[in-house]
Design a protein around this ligand. Structure first.
Ligand code: ADP
Length: 543
């Protein structure tokens, strides 16, 4: 027997209209290229999204066509999010930090018809343009007065594009499984792969994000995503904030500027911020140097890479801010696990709670998890056994765009292989020990590079660290610690290695330490282990 409930599709446009109607006056503050503190609200953003939808229809686009964005976090990018998807097109967000040949590859692979770009990226677009096969026109995210000179054909300003359009629009009643957005993985090995989100997956993920033990958003919150709108939908914040009516603070091109971020936090009374560890490293260094405090922040959600214990402590002890670690990936929209203390674990002492907080998190409802060995046999959740982490759920990708099942990432029984290696403890907390390709194989056993990095990050002289496996005649591979020391700090090899005493098993101890001025980072701010491994491929470990 079927139930008797309405079959209303889950559509992104419904979030826009909800936000405009119920929290229209709630503010959206942006840093843009033409305004250091632009102020608008949900009502205006949605009204302008409707204008843009009219303009997009007039460009002659067809349902499912890809419209690309090359832009920082600001109100215009947010309007594109709602407008492009809501009108039935696919919003392809592009990471401007990718290499030029990767950008050309993904724009051609996605068959983007129009590109909306920040003025700052025009020189980059001019460089790429001759190689772009499907692009028909370019819209620059500014007004006519600020439109830079360019040699590109068919260019117009965003404000002139939408200026004369009506602010009424009949959002189409799409199938909720229609594609809504497209984001390519950074492609550390091989070509980037496109993850194609749909309306249903986006809304289910946004609902999950709102929950108290996930991101925990309410209309009272002021949210600052330092995660870019060009990478995995800024962890769903544009949608979760629209559902709740949270105020948004969007830092534009100032994502890595400690001073601007600090003043945005304090002036706009930010309560929740989200970002990858490298961003917070820079911010904490800034507050340390200037003696500033982050006043109103209640919590940071940190993910995308392992969060060092020292960072959790610094936020808690110096700023009174809770760190919530999260784990996920582009293929998972991205949220898979978030770390909050479960009822029944309050008795844990301070140290044990900190240990727990360094884990990636526990599974969020909607994302099933399992770990398996090389034969695909499920491993126990005992916090000891580690294996390949696989996931399944309505916001996990079932394939990549235009790869037709050739990626080899899905199991026969319908699980997605994340490429991460993890343990899961009896309480359901996942600890990522490595990416499959970063794991250090020493004499048939595995050593977790992430754990070695986390420990050494607690040493007061260490600013950043990476551990990689380098070839070893007897053990196949042994760990090498690569360290960046903090400004004005000093420590020698012996002192750093001694710091591991009692903190990791003896046989995990790195065989050597190298000091460098900086580590290479990926376009999303993670340490580029692949490049480090290449750099130290011929490294001779001491006998
Ligand atoms: P890319 O790095 O290719 O841009 P993603 O941004 O999708 O791709 O990154 C996903 C990966 O980041 C995960 O598979 C995992 O290896 C890593 N990651 C994410 N969160 C965490 C975490 N909390 N701890 C450890 N690793 C993490």
């Amino acid at each position: 027997m079927k139930g008797l409930m309405m079959d209303r599709p889950l559509l992104i446009s419904s979030i826009a209209e909800h936000a405009a109607r119920f929290h229209g006056s709630r503010e959206i503050v942006s840093v843009t290229v033409d305004d250091p503190r632009h102020r608008t609200n949900w009502r205006n953003v949605v009204s302008r999204s409707r204008k843009l939808a009219n303009a997009l229809d007039r460009l002659g686009l067809e349902r499912g066509d890809r419209v690309a964005t090359l832009a920082w976090n600001d109100h215009r990018h947010l309007e594109l999010y709602y407008s492009v998807s809501g009108a039935g097109y696919v919003c392809h967000t592009i990471n401007p930090r990718l290499f030029a040949d990767q950008l050309v590859f993904i724009i051609n692979h996605a068959q983007d018809r129009w590109l909306f770009t920040d003025p700052l990226f025009l020189p980059l677009v001019e460089k790429l343009h001759p190689a772009l096969e499907t692009l028909e026109g370019i819209v620059v995210l500014t007004d006519d007065a600020h439109l830079p000179e360019t040699s590109l054909p068919n260019v117009r300003s965003y404000e002139s594009l939408i200026g004369d359009e009506p602010d009424t629009y009949e959002w189409p009643d799409l199938d909720e499984r229609s594609a809504s957005a497209l984001c390519y993985t950074s492609g550390t090995t091989g070509d980037p792969k496109g993850v194609l989100y749909d309306h249903r997956s986006t809304i289910l993920h946004a609902y999950a994000g709102v929950a108290p033990d996930v991101l925990g958003l309410s209309s009272q919150d002021v949210v600052l995503p330092v995660v870019p709108l060009f990478h995995v939908n800024a962890w769903g914040i544009p949608y979760s904030a629209g559902i709740t009516g949270a105020k948004l603070v969007l830092p534009g091109p100032k994502m890595a500027d400690g001073e601007v971020l600090c003043s945005l936090f304090n002036d706009e009374a930010v309560t929740i911020a989200l970002g990858v560890p490298t961003v917070w490293l820079a911010l904490l260094q800034h507050t340390e140097k200037t003696g500033k405090r982050i006043e109103t922040l209640k919590r940071t959600i940190i993910g995308g890479a392992a969060v060092p214990r020292s960072m959790i402590e610094a936020f808690r002890d110096k700023h009174g801010v809770e760190v919530r670690q999260g784990w996920g990936m582009t293929e998972m929209s991205p949220i898979g696990a978030v770390n909050t203390l479960k009822a029944g674990l309050e008795h844990l002492d301070d140290d044990a709670q900190l240990d727990l907080a360094t884990k990636a998190g526990r599974g969020v409802y909607g994302c099933e998890l399992r770990i398996v060995d090389d034969e695909g046999t499920e491993l126990p959740w005992d916090g000891e056994a580690f294996g390949a982490l696989q996931v399944r759920g309505p916001w996990v990708c079932s394939d990549y765009f235009r790869l037709d099942g050739t990626a080899g990432t899905h199991t026969d029984d319908g699980w997605f292989t994340t490429g991460d290696v993890a343990t899961i403890d009896p309480e359901g907390y996942v600890a990522i020990t490595d990416r499959t390709k970063d794991v250090i194989k020493s004499g048939g056993e595995w050593i977790s590079s992430i754990e070695l990095e986390n420990v050494i990050m607690g040493h007061p002289a260490v600013a950043e660290a990476a551990v990689i496996g380098v070839p070893h005649p007897k053990w196949t591979e042994r760990p090498l610690l690569v360290v960046v020391l903090g400004e004005g700090k000093s420590a020698d090899k012996a002192e750093l290695l001694k710091y591991y005493d009692g903190r990791v098993a003896d046989w995990w101890l790195p065989n050597d330490v190298v000091f460098v001025d900086e580590l290479p980072h990926t376009a999303t701010g993670k340490v580029k282990k692949l490049e480090l491994r290449k750099q130290f491929a011929d490294f001779k470990l001491p006998a």
